[in-house]
Ligand binder design. Structure first.
Ligand code: NAD
Length: 705
């Protein structure tokens, strides 16, 4: 019997007497908390408060995709002032309080994403059941948007999972899978499959009716660690102090969300739930209007838009894919394509290389199974859709070839000639080159309009960005089809022009180069990396060089900077390090030595760079703080400058450049990307600083705006 009906929420009494509140936001693939959902939930609760015969309330989603993915981010952009943000927080707090105080026990049944406001809603229920699916995720990732959980999450989560664990989840946006959620007692029951779901659900309902409402006025104190640390104010203070220290070290400058969230949790623990809610509202109001929040929310929305590029729905799909070269990149691309249901054939130079490539692919599948991304059966099935060849078998019938052989223009031109002969004239031909011009691969080829760049980043399964490169004569339809494929492979495609290093590598190179110059001038490797991590980069420039590999970086730097006529780092350090075999992480030695423990700066590398630069220090006379500030300016502004050049050369618009840098390199997301950062700081001021740097340190700083 239907008890309540609205656009997004229904309440029904089942034949067995249980009452189910079902959430289903029409027109959305996943549930999100919109203003409408708030209003409907509110009205539904009014009705439930009127119900006399209510054994227990079940709250669940009507969508197979999941419970509730969080707040509707688009609604955040409408917030104009602090009082509006505070009112929004208060409204959610009141609504979830109303649910929490319903006099009968409440049970949330969770599957798929249960994030942000979704988890705050589930936390307002007395009991939670998790259904284990690969997509099941529970978390409060608001800090990733420069916000805090503003609907009671900072108060309820610690009282369910404990203080330390809640801080881990709230401050680092940690998401738990179903099993972890059950282990952490965020969920009261766990179902691994449909059969268990029925059984566990029935049990939990009986338990809820038997045990009734749960009191949530104190920390849970499960296990020895919680009892030792969280049961007393001394232990809790230790946790808060330790957390503050971690935040000081790890959170970038100008990113206030984690410390606001920590403060809300602390006040709630020290002064009680109501005081905590008040602090949470104040935090929400303060954060909503910060540049960090605005930039992160904009990036989120831009990313969503970039996942639906114009025209892809009408572009012909790509089903069969040929990959040339099964090295690091080729293997990654082949595995990803197979994982997304494509038929793949991989061409290699000889049997040994092919076997090594297929072993790499096997390894990627094994890791995906290990990480529980896919089941063993699925891995076997998808792996079976990849075939290897050393004689181009099957290439006559593919829709697309992705060339990922070694980075050598003549070799690639020969390969493209071969491909033109071996494939049908309508087969798209893409290269994964990092630094060669697409135009040079199109020259003299039949049907060059089907040739483009499809630049994946390393490691393919992790890095979200793909640059789709339009050469001078590449057809628009070719690019659109590749954009569609990239989206279907789960990537974020950006359409860019055919310039040296495209967008990401071009902007990155002068930065990496400058970091090496700073080492040459006597600045410590660790200091440089820390400086840029504090700016907001996920890793420092020298750590990044170790990840990329000094050989790859040297090659790309040389190609890109030569094409651009930019001066190369004067000491020839990359070459020297390459000769010594200090190639970075893959050989466990580069700018750092990598072992089981934390990487340590590699002193001999530091000395090598200094000797190459003859130890001259251009800013040695400055006091320490000014020296650090200038070092940061040098590295950051070179990227801003190059980003301006990319736009001026018409290779991408400002928004695309920012998206590419954030999703291709992890560029300080809370600053919105290099060009957003320049706008926020003032472009004129940056131009002036660049001019000053150019006068003192050389023409590489000449403003390109
Ligand atoms: P890799 O050396 O790991 O693999 C290259 C593979 O190509 C080898 O297995 C080799 O046997 C094979 N190969 C060489 N000539 C061939 C031919 N004529 N026919 C078929 N196979 C051939 O190189 P990689 O790092 O995977 O790079 C591949 C491409 O991707 C390059 O163009 C590189 O610039 C680009 N890329 C590399 C990275 C990276 O970080 N490694 C990132 C983005 C793009």
């Amino acid at each position: 019997m239907m008890l309540f009906h609205s656009q997004t929420v229904t309440v029904e009494r089942d034949t067995d007497g249980s009452v189910v509140l079902k959430l289903d936001v029409p027109g959305r693939s996943v549930n999100v908390l919109t203003k409408q959902v708030f209003a409907d939930l509110d009205a539904a609760l009014d009705e439930l408060y009127r119900q006399q015969r209510l054994p227990a309330l079940i709250v669940r989603s009507g969508k197979p995709s999941g419970f509730l993915a969080g707040a509707d981010i688009a609604e955040f952009t409408g917030i104009k002032d602090a009082s509006e943000a505070m009112a929004m927080s208060q409204r959610g707090q009141q609504l979830f309080d109303k649910l929490a105080e319903l006099p009968r026990p409440t049970i949330a049944v969770l599957h798929g994403p249960c994030l942000g406001g979704g988890l705050e809603l589930a936390l307002a229920c007395d009991y939670r059941l998790v259904f284990d699916k690969p997509s099941t995720q529970l978390g409060l990732p608001e800090v990733e948007l420069g916000l805090l959980p503003g609907w009671g999450g900072t108060q309820r989560l610690p009282r369910v999972v404990g203080l330390e664990r809640s801080l881990q989840m709230i401050l680092s946006a940690k998401r738990l899978n179903a099993r972890e959620a059950f282990q952490w007692k965020l969920a009261d029951a766990y179902a691994a499959n449909e059969d268990q779901l029925r059984e566990q659900f029935a049990r939990l309902v009986i338990r809820a009716i038997g045990e009734g409402k749960k009191k949530r006025d104190r920390l849970p104190l499960h296990g020895w660690r919680q009892r030792l640390l969280e049961s007393n104010s001394f232990g809790r203070r230790l946790i808060f102090r330790g957390t503050e220290r971690i935040l000081r070290n790890r959170v970038p400058d100008d990113m206030p969300a984690p410390s606001e969230a920590l403060e809300a949790v602390r006040i709630g623990i020290q002064r009680g739930f109501e005081a905590g809610l008040k602090r949470e509202r104040q935090g929400a109001a303060r954060l909503a209007l910060t540049p960090a929040c605005r930039n992160l929310v904009n990036l989120f929305l831009q990313r969503e838009a970039a996942r639906k590029p114009a025209g892809i729905d009408s572009a012909a799909a790509i089903q069969r894919i040929g990959v040339v070269g099964a090295g690091v990149m080729g293997a990654g691309i082949a595995q990803l394509a197979a994982l997304q249901g494509r038929q793949v054939v991989v061409q290699e130079v000889n049997t040994a290389a092919l076997q090594a490539g297929l072993a790499r692919i096997d390894d990627l599948f094994a890791k995906a199974v290990e990480r529980r991304r896919i089941s063993n059966d699925d891995a076997k099935r998808f792996r079976a859709s990849i075939r290897g060849t050393i004689a181009w078998e099957g290439f006559a019938h593919v829709d697309l070839v992705i060339e990922a052989a070694v980075e050598d223009l003549e070799l690639k031109r020969n390969l493209f000639r071969e491909l033109v002969n071996r494939t049908s004239p309508t087969t798209l031909l893409a290269t994964n080159t990092s630094s060669l011009a697409i135009a040079r691969l199109q020259e003299g080829m039949a049907h060059p309009e089907r040739i483009a760049g499809l630049h994946f980043f390393n490691p393919v399964h992790k890095m979200p960005l793909v640059e789709v490169v339009q050469g001078a004569v590449t057809a628009s339809d070719t690019v659109t089809r590749l954009m569609r494929l990239a989206v279907e492979l789960g990537k974020l495609p950006v359409r860019v022009g055919d310039g040296p290093g495209f967008v990401v590598n071009r902007i990155l190179m002068p930065y990496l180069d400058e970091a090496v110059r700073l080492v040459g001038e006597g600045m410590k490797i660790k200091t440089i990396d820390k400086l840029m991590r504090k700016f907001g980069m996920p890793v420092g420039p020298l750590e990044l060089l170790d990840q990329i590999g000094l050989d790859v970086a040297a090659h790309v730097a040389r190609m890109v900077q030569q094409q651009l006529g930019q001066p190369l780092e004067p000491g020839g350090v990359f070459e020297q390090m390459q000769q010594k075999g200090w190639l970075g992480e893959k050989v466990k030695i580069g700018f750092y030595t990598h072992g089981k423990k934390r990487p340590k700066p590699h002193r001999a590398a530091e000395e090598l760079v200094r000797a190459a630069h003859r130890g001259e220090s251009l800013s040695a006379k400055l006091p320490e703080a000014a020296r650090l500030a200038e070092a940061r300016e040098r590295m950051v502004l070179l990227m801003v400058n190059e980003a301006w050049a990319v736009v001026a050369d018409d290779l991408a618009d400002a928004q695309t450049v920012d998206l590419a840098m954030v999703f291709g390199t992890g560029w300080a997301p809370h600053r919105g990307g290099p060009l957003r950062y320049a706008t926020d700081r003032g472009e004129e001021a940056i131009v002036r600083t660049l001019q000053q740097l150019a006068e003192r340190l050389g023409p590489r700083f000449r403003p390109k705006k």
